[in-house]
Design a protein around this ligand. Structure first.
Ligand SMILES: Cc1ncc(COP(=O)(O)O)c(C=O)c1O
Length: 410
């Protein structure tokens, strides 16, 4: 597959084939699930269910995607930025006042990049201080976080399904249902269902998948044009938010608009739910591990950058591979070159307006120097090799590159 590379999974015939590959434990075990349109919608629903008083503070990390903060502000709550450790966990001391009381009523803690983290100490801290824990599993749908599956530590846990499966919209909120506090979601019109199906097929065809469906698809172009206006709206959520400080704006209203929170309280389309439920998960996990392992092996030998961690992902299914570039200018140039050339990379350098610079915070450094390389199943071995070669070419002054272990002599 040539550039541009898909930034989210796309449907292919192969992804529909049955599989008997073993699966790691999955998000949230058997807890109660509310199906939403996205991870940010799941967060919005959690905050509504929590019913915290207007203006209450929610602890959020300085290293974030703005879609993690928008639901907090939209709910009339106040983001209280906290610093993170080199392991990506909250520096909890920063959330206490001088009397040792918590500054926040709720705490949002992500498992960054798809690496499950044991949140037992964070959960204990939350219990001790009467704080509600929201476990953010947007990057981490599979795996064990300590002695529990991901999604089992928080009072609430959220997932972003479109990062793992070829669906235009879908998220999950796990919660303890309260009979007097049901979360009302509005229903999905049949037109929206149709548009969701079109979006899935259109994305697949645009990346050369679902061979044979193109003719059928073109035959329905007339109908598609009729749906065009709202169709464009639904397509937007499948697009990654492209970091750009020009577009997020300088105040909360502009930043909320940038995050597209419109579908927060709607049921996801049936098409998205059906695909999310029925597609086999074994190949998804296997492909993501394979892609991650290749990055780990190749990027261990770079001159100007290093893998953020040596986690081998044998027990999870990564979202991205985080590469820490030593020099900020180099990180900037490398990232922009890769983005413009169509490689599947992200960087979280667009922060919510008013994000604080805090002492001892790895987040500030990460937002400029970490490049996130996507690992999803729609990136084949050729895509990953191409990315590896390009990064080696740009970062290693000499052409000495690590051999691909799969091609090494036995
Ligand atoms: C850690 C984290 N949490 C939540 C979200 C929001 O998920 P979604 O894009 O499904 O709304 C994102 C989005 O990138 C994310 O990275």
């Amino acid at each position: 597959m040539s550039l541009p590379q898909p930034k989210f999974p796309v449907l292919s015939w192969r992804s529909c084939l049955p599989s008997s590959e073993p699966l790691p434990p999955r998000f949230g075990g058997s807890r109660h699930r509310l199906h939403t349109t996205s991870g940010r919608a799941a967060l919005a629903c959690a905050l509504r269910h929590m019913a915290a008083a207007h203006g209450s503070a929610v602890g959020v990390p300085t290293y974030h995607c703005p879609t993690m903060i928008a639901p907090v502000v939209m709910a009339g709550l106040r983001p209280q930025f906290y610093p993170i450790t080199d392991e990506g966990l909250p520096r909890l001391g920063a959330l206490l006042d001088s009397q040792g009381k918590s500054l926040v009523q709720a705490l949002l803690v992500p498992h960054y990049f798809g690496v499950p983290r044991n949140l037992e100490p964070v959960q204990q801290w939350c219990r001790m201080h009467g704080v509600l824990l929201i476990e953010d599993c947007a990057h981490t749908y599979f795996g064990m976080a300590g002695d529990r599956p991901v999604g089992c530590w928080g009072d609430y846990a959220i997932a972003s399904i479109s990062k793992f499966k070829p669906v235009p919209e879908a998220g999950i909120l796990l919660l303890e249902p309260k009979p007097d506090q049901a979360i009302e979601l509005s229903s999905t019109a049949w037109l929206h269902e149709l548009k969701a199906a079109f979006t899935v097929i259109e994305r697949a065809l645009s990346f050369g998948r679902l061979a044979g469906l193109g003719v059928l698809y073109r035959a329905t172009m007339g109908l598609r044009k009729l749906l065009k206006r709202e169709h464009r709206v639904i397509t937007d959520i499948t697009q990654p938010i492209i970091p750009s400080s020009q577009t997020i704006g300088t105040n909360n209203e502009q930043a909320i608009a940038y995050c597209d929170m419109d579908r927060s309280f709607r049921h996801p389309s049936r098409v998205a739910r059906l695909l999310a439920t029925c597609l086999p998960e074994g190949p998804i996990v296997a492909a993501r591990r394979r892609n991650y392992q290749r990055f780990l092996q190749a990027f261990g030998a770079l001159d100007g950058a290093t893998p953020l961690s040596q986690h081998d992902m044998r027990d999870g299914a990564p979202y991205v591979f985080p590469l820490l570039v030593r020099d900020e200018d180099r990180a900037h140039h490398l990232y922009h070159h890769l983005r413009i050339s169509g490689y599947a990379v992200f960087r979280w350098d667009t922060l919510w307006p008013g994000t604080l610079s805090l002492a001892g915070d790895a987040g500030q450094l990460w937002s400029h120097r970490i490049i996130q390389f996507l690992c999803h199943q729609s990136l084949g071995e050729a895509d990953i090799e191409r990315t590896v070669r390009e990064v080696q070419r740009l970062l290693n002054p000499s052409p000495a590159s690590t051999p691909d272990p799969r091609h090494a002599p036995a």
